[in-house]
Structure formats: structure tokens, C-alpha cells
Design a binder for this molecule. Structure first.
Ligand SMILES: O=C(O)CCC(=O)C(=O)O
Length: 208
């Protein structure tokens, strides 16, 4: 098996109803995972945004990079992001996630969780530019962190560890019926890089 062979394992559905979130373990080889983690951690132009929430500005408790095709603009929590161009390591990972999800992604939000104090609170990826029922592939590199999904009306909660090299593909009504988060942890935990590949609608039109 070469570094970039497609994953062999079957995915596991995490949601009992209301959309889909399929977990693929070992989506990339351990060698590829280690190389990609150290390249992305050192080479991406990480920055800390200010979230606009409840009339205040709060530093986002993680670092991010927004990467994508020209015109793939994205906004969340009052932050407006213009894409930086693809780098080869991320472009290769995009191909693997595209094969798993059956979708041609044109952008990715890269997240760096420096330690257990970094997190992302309950939210859904339901911004208008993602369209209805978006397909999102979320790849984990580095430290294992817990990922929670909570149903908006029943409150059912699914808790799952995301080990390095795993991918979760969310689709269907996952964003409209469920919210998700990566909570802070007091457990000593190393850095983690997460790549959430997305499709921004009208990216080509914006680039013109
Ligand atoms: O880090 C993760 O696993 C999830 C990231 C996420 O939910 C997001 O960036 O929208």
C-alpha cells in the first residue's frame, strides 16, 4: 500500500436518524498522517479570529486557515474569510476525502487545537453559502479529541473519539437536525489539526 492509496475500511453510521455522519477509521496510513500533521502544523498560515457574539468580540479558542478555490468565500460567527490557495499536502487529502464522500470539495476550514483549552462550541455548519443538506468531510490529524453530536429537539447525544487518520462525512439533514462540538478537556492532550472540507456554492461566480 502506498501513502496515498484509498482507505480500505467500511464507514460506520453514527446517527440513529435525521441525517448521516459516517466515521471512517484509518482513512489514511499512519505514515501519511504523521507527515501531513507536521507539514500542516508548521506550514499553514494559522491565525486567531475574533468571534462576534452577543455584541462582543471574543478570541476564537483555536487557530484556523481557510483554503480553497478562488472565490470560495466563507463567513461564520461574524468572521469573513477569503481563501488562501491550495498547498499540495491539503490537495492530496482533499482527493482522499472527495473519494470517501463522493463530492468535489472546493474549500476547507483547517483548525489547529493547540491543547485541551482549544475547542469549538455547539454549532452546525449551516451557513447559506454551503447550501441545503451540505456534505462535509472532517479529517483528524495529531491528538485524539472527543467529538459530540446533539439532536436539536430530542437532545440525544452521540460521543465519539476521533483518532488521527479518521474521517467523518456528514450529510443529509445532519446540519439541520444536529449540532456538534469539540469540547475543552482537562486531560493532557497534544495538538490536533482538523480539516473540514466543504463545497461553497457560487465560488466560481464570486471569483469572476
Ligand atoms: O474539529 C472538529 O472535529 C470539528 C470542527 C468543526 O466542527 C468546524 O470547524 O465546523
Amino acid at each position: 500500500m502506498t501513502l496515498f492509496d484509498p482507505p480500505t475500511g467500511e464507514g460506520r453510521e453514527l446517527l440513529p436518524h435525521g441525517g448521516s455522519a459516517v466515521l471512517f477509521l484509518d482513512a489514511i496510513t499512519p505514515d501519511h498522517e504523521r507527515t501531513a500533521f507536521s507539514t500542516l502544523r508548521s506550514d499553514l498560515p494559522w491565525h486567531q479570529n475574533q468571534l462576534h457574539m452577543f455584541g462582543r468580540k471574543i478570541p476564537e479558542p483555536r487557530l484556523v486557515t481557510w483554503m480553497g478555490d478562488p472565490g470560495a468565500e466563507y463567513s461564520y460567527s461574524g468572521i469573513n474569510l477569503d481563501p488562501v490557495p491550495w498547498i499540495p499536502t491539503v490537495a492530496k487529502l482533499r482527493r482522499i476525502c472527495a473519494e470517501l464522500a463522493g463530492v468535489d470539495f472546493n474549500s476547507v476550514l483547517a483548525n489547529l487545537y493547540r491543547d485541551g483549552n482549544d475547542s469549538v462550541d455547539w454549532h452546525a455548519d449551516d451557513e447559506p453559502e454551503l447550501g441545503p443538506e451540505p456534505v462535509i468531510a472532517s479529517l483528524s490529524l495529531g491528538a485524539t479529541r472527543r467529538f459530540d453530536l446533539r439532536h436539536r429537539t430530542t437532545g440525544e447525544t452521540i460521543r465519539i473519539d476521533l483518532p488521527p487518520g479518521s474521517v467523518v462525512v456528514m450529510s443529509g439533514r445532519c446540519q439541520s437536525e444536529w449540532v456538534h462540538r469539540v469540547a475543552k478537556t482537562k486531560r493532557p492532550v497534544g495538538p490536533r489539526v482538523n480539516l473540514t472540507f466543504r463545497v461553497i456554492r457560487d465560488a466560481a461566480r464570486n471569483s469572476g
